[in-house]
Design a protein around this ligand. Sequence first.
Ligand code: AMP
Ligand code: GLY
Length: 425
Amino acid sequence: MNVGVIGSGGREHALVWKLRQSPSVEKLYAVPGSAAMADLAECVPLPVSDLAGITDYAVRQNIDLLVVGPEVPLTEGIADLAEEKGIAVFGPSKAAARLEGSKSFAKMLMKKYGIPTADYESFTDGAAAKAYIKEKGSPIVVKADGLAAGKGVVVAMTTAEALAAVDAMMEDKIFGDSGGRIVVEEYMSGEEASILAFVDGETIVPMPAAQDHKRIFDGDKGPNTGGMGAYAPAPAVTEAIYEEVTERILKPTVAALAAEGILYRGCLYAGLMLTTEGVKVVEFNCRFGDPETQAVLPLIDGDLAEIMYACAKGKLDAAQVRRHDGAACCVVMAAAGYPESSHRGDVINGLDKAAARKDTVVFHSGTAVRDGAYVTSGGRVLGVTALAGSLREAVDKAYAAVGDISFNGQQVRSDIGKKGLDHLQ
Ligand code: AMP
Ligand code: GLY
């Protein structure tokens, strides 16, 4: 079949890399893709916001399956549009993507169907939100309802911080319309993990559990980023927890949506908090995670295009999704200034040396080619990923390859995977 992947980051590089290995894939396109994907797929220079342009292109090129990386085209309805034009899509409809696109919708659904998550209230009135915060006290969490590029959450340790967050979101509108409604929720403590699942509307097949590292500095210090590294499987997610998430969160969520008349097809990403009272949902995403994908996909055995096509057609069979033994670790190399800014144009050295290592892949998140050489061109630049028999080896191997690569001002956490290794001790 002919397959098109929408997006240009490290997650999409990993998707294209894995799909290229699918025996069922003939032509592979990446829209818009990136310089690093050009060896694996034909890059099509259309912006991900051009839903009509992308779906028309897919019709013209006889693309059988569109795989959507980022959330924005999904929340804007690219899956609905593609289906109207007769193209199978891996990714939920606009209605189903509200699970990520509207936090109040996701919370309402979880509350109505008894899916474990933090207690909450949603507000369109700032004064009411503030009164609620004063009544509940701190710590407390304030979230913009809509998409905010991962920045719409304030975990407030004091009431004053929470009240300031309400003003910033509702009055100063720092996230635009996304903050017209806010969710105020109970603070949860525990270790975080994420489980991504293939979903065909009914059948769900979870992938190995992963852990992201959101803060820029070692020891989870400093500002939040898009994610500085990931590894899988996460030992914090024991077999019992995995089962609990499958039975009490993933299956009930897909069933709850179905009961509301909404079919969920694609990747369902559950962001989880492992609390002392059991696992609770922090958030849902309607797509693959970045950089979780870079660590999870290398562990999947099976024809990814067939799996995704089956999801799109409501015919997923759990036997299609097999797993490699061992573990994978992805260490992100970020640009100078990230996450506040990102210095562009710094020459990246050592990519060939790293790529020559066995079971090691360098996924590009933000690079460009200038005068025949790769240079930085985004906040997160590379996701250096290694697959090995154990987490210890995967971490060591990934860092060995990171050691081959250098660019001016590079920022790399040195403790990716440490939490997992601590669990194993
Ligand atoms: P989200 O964008 O919803 O994933 O939130 C970003 C981060 O905020 C999460 O990864 C958590 O670390 C933190 N967070 C979100 N909700 C809560 C909560 N209710 N309690 C504690 N931390 C939270
Ligand atoms: N790594 C977190 C996300 O993709 O949302």
